[in-house]
Design a protein around this ligand. Sequence first.
Ligand SMILES: [Zn+2]
Length: 205
Amino acid sequence: MYRPSVKRIVRLSLAALLTGAALLTGGEAGAQGRRSGSRLMSQAEYYTGDQFRFETQTPRGARVVAVRRPNVETLRAIDRGLADLFAVARRRGYRAALNFTDYTIFVARADRQRDSAGAYSPDIAVGAAQYRGSVYDKGGYVFAAGMVLSMDQPAFVIAEHERDFQRVANVARYEGEHIVLYHNDRRLYSQTADHSRGGSHPILQ
Ligand SMILES: [Zn+2]
């Protein structure tokens, strides 16, 4: 397991305190975001400590910004996860933020490759904030499969995967759930945003 530097942990903790994160089993965290592309990039770099040098699109048109060129399985998995999400959202009558081109997905370096049980689980480290003392707290930070970066300009970050691409699809769907709810059902969004109070994904079935 790779543990992030102390400097990075402190920075992430501060960020999480400032923004109020949401995280979940297995899990992921959220941070409220801002608008323009460059600010989005700054925010992604701030949370992950990574430099995103590569930009591409999924086959269905979602924007992907990555530390390295993503493999085609990752791009297809993002599409699959978002497609599942959009389908279930449409069945509920939602209309907003249901286009692939609405979304930007950052693919960051993983801060660990395996979970505590030894299973392949590329995750990013995020300041613990409201998860302090909970089962998620690994000592000031928590590992998250993904994190929402921005609601208004839909964006989230996931960790690089080299296999188990179904997990990429799941994370894309789960992070997207928070964004879709924010745009379509603010009450359910509020009820499900903070996983430290219970609840997890999928929220929409
Ligand atoms: Zn979540």
